[in-house]
Design a protein around this ligand. Structure first.
Ligand code: ADP
Length: 553
């Protein structure tokens, strides 16, 4: 080589460096693509194409740097020889991507590369018949094409056209997001081919033998490699974040290697070598952890999506269930009310005197239908609570009066169960003490009845004591029901306010219970911004239920 390499490097134009830099970057990118899935043949050929492009870029830079010197003819022939290999490798990538063939046989490789070796042979044997370098005195030197340039052009165009044709075919056969990805790939590779053919292959014809726009052809291919990376990532469902991290790390490692190569002293070389190793190792772990993190967050994201969908579906089902419950309950309640009404009239003798056994049977019908109605009411309340249809009418309530009324209503029932039944409303020493709260009267009555009714149900013997007092600061009103019944343990105290929740042995005292009354009571009291809770010293030691409501001054 007659011109020192440093002179050649100094001679390289800005665009030459753009080509070299861009090719290095895209070889890293295509390497990252290959790294995503080394079993994928299209990724592998994409990477190989990236490497070939890098070699082409280096040779172009050499050619540029040597232009106008004694090495020009060599540089030019080298450039054309290397440029010629770009076409079959591009074809190879497009072929593997489009046909997705698992194996390419030896003979297929031979068939694919044979034209290349023929072209190279021709160029080496007769360098002038394809392209030559002409120096005319007094004029800028220029490139001219020889008589056989058309063979070279036809060779390049042949690969490009067939490759593009395969991709178009694949595009037409695909659907959905794959079709979109292939369309984008077609756009990128089409642009690269156009740029390379016009600006690298034919540009000396258009520009009077000047090679000034060769770099545009390279740039087209670099753009294709760059865009192609993201299209392939999309096509293969790879994560762009992982690709970006890997690219970033590859750039850092590359920089360390360059530093290593140009290290001045032995000690500097050693330090840089150790540093490079450290970076290499830590990058390896970094990429691994980024991958794991992204994969797990992707998993969580997809789980969340599934959960979201399930939640929506459950909400719909729940609404349907509530609607069904409410319709069914209405249809059950109406005939039951009629049965209960007639039973009551019968037992009161409205249709004549009843014999003892008939009277007792009618009483049983009356009680059972009453229980059924309560149960249906609970179901209806629940369906209203859950569909948000529970309506409240807030008015001033005289709790003293209300509690006394509920007590009177329940008295007969308690006596029938042979229980002592007492009441203490307010402090008799305080004259004219008022127990007013703001609330829905019907609903508060329902809660109080339910609590007293429970105490009667779950107290086999002893007494039930109903109280109404004020908190020490007189701001709250506390309704309490104390019984000497079955009591409850700590865990039962917590769970009985949940839907369908009962004490384990509740069935012994009252078989028909459904564990709904206290849940409904809790919901109602919450709407009144009050509190409801249970206390008990333990099983068999009785219970006390409290409801605390805001007192109106
Ligand atoms: P139900 O009485 O229909 O089962 P509730 O929601 O009214 O439904 O009560 C839930 C559970 O709370 C009861 O099954 C019972 O286990 C417990 N419970 C309620 N009141 C008392 C009480 N006074 N003494 C002991 N346990 C009670």
């Amino acid at each position: 080589m007659s011109v020192p390499i440093l002179d050649i490097i100094n001679n390289i134009s800005f665009y030459g460096w753009v080509v070299v830099g861009g090719s290095v970057l895209t070889v890293l990118l295509s390497g990252v693509v290959y790294w995503q899935d080394i079993t994928k043949r299209s990724s592998k050929f994409f990477f190989i194409f990236g490497i070939i492009n890098l070699i082409w870029g280096f040779v172009y830079a050499f050619f540029e740097g040597s232009f106008g010197t004694a090495d020009t003819q060599t540089g030019m022939v080298m450039l054309y020889i290397v440029a010629a290999i770009v076409a079959p490798f591009l074809f190879l990538f497009l072929y593997v991507f489009s046909v997705e063939k698992s194996r390419i046989s030896f003979w297929e490789y031979v068939a694919l590369f044979l034209p290349y070796f023929i072209i190279v042979g021709i160029m080496l044997a007769f360098p002038d018949i394809i392209v030559k370098y002409v120096i005319v005195d007094g004029e800028p030197s220029k490139m001219v094409f020889g008589n056989s340039f058309w063979i070279y052009a036809a060779y390049i165009l042949g690969y490009v056209i067939v490759g593009l044709f395969l991709l178009v075919k694949k595009y037409r056969e695909s659907a959905g997001i794959f079709k979109i990805a292939i369309r984008n790939l077609l756009g990128a590779v089409g642009f690269a081919c156009l740029a390379a053919v016009l600006m690298s292959l034919f540009s000396p014809i258009f520009f009077g033998g000047a090679h000034d726009f060769f770099w545009i052809g390279h740039l087209g291919v670099i753009v294709f490699l760059f865009v192609g990376t993201f299209i392939l990532a999309e096509y293969n469902f790879w994560n762009i974040k992982i690709i970006a991290t890997e690219l970033f790390i590859s750039i850092i490692i590359l920089m360390f290697f360059i530093e290593l190569i140009i290290a001045g002293s032995l000690s500097g070389l050693l330090v840089k070598f150790v540093l490079t190793l450290l970076v290499l190792f830590s990058s390896f772990f970094l990429v691994g952890s980024v991958k794991r993190e992204i994969q797990s967050s992707d998993k969580i994201e997809s789980f969340l999506k599934i959960l979201d969908k399930m939640h929506e579906r459950l909400k719909i089902l729940d609404k349907k269930k509530s609607e069904f419950l409410s319709i069914a309950s209405h249809h059950l309640r109406d005939p039951l009310t009629a049965i209960r009404g007639y039973a009551s009239m019968l037992s009161e003798g409205s249709f004549g005197e009843l014999s003892r056994p008939v009277y007792e049977a009618v009483e049983k019908i009356f009680e059972s239908s009453g229980r059924l109605i309560t149960m249906i009411d609970d179901f209806m309340d629940i369906s209203r609570i859950e569909s948000g249809d529970m309506k409240y009418v807030f008015v001033d309530i005289d709790l003293k009066k209300l509690v006394s009324e509920v007590f009177t209503e329940m008295k007969q029932h308690a006596e029938r169960m042979h229980l002592a039944f007492h009441i203490k409303v307010g402090n008799e020493n305080v004259f004219g003490e008022k127990f007013i709260t703001v609330g829905d009267e019907g609903k508060i009555r329902q809660v109080f009845s339910n609590i007293i009714d429970n105490s009667i149900k779950y107290t086999p013997q002893g007494e039930v004591f109903v109280t109404l007092v004020k908190s020490p600061d007189k701001k709250k009103i506390i309704f309490g029901v104390i019984d000497t019944g079955i009591g409850m343990n700590e865990s039962t105290k917590e769970k009985i306010f949940r839907k369908f929740s009962r004490a384990d042995d509740a069935g012994k005292s009252y078989t028909e219970g459904r564990g709904l009354g206290l849940y409904v009571a809790m919901e109602i009291i919450k709407k009144h911004e009050g509190r409801i809770w249970a206390e008990s010293k333990g099983e068999g030691l009785g219970s006390t239920f409290y409801v605390e409501l805001e007192g109106k001054p």
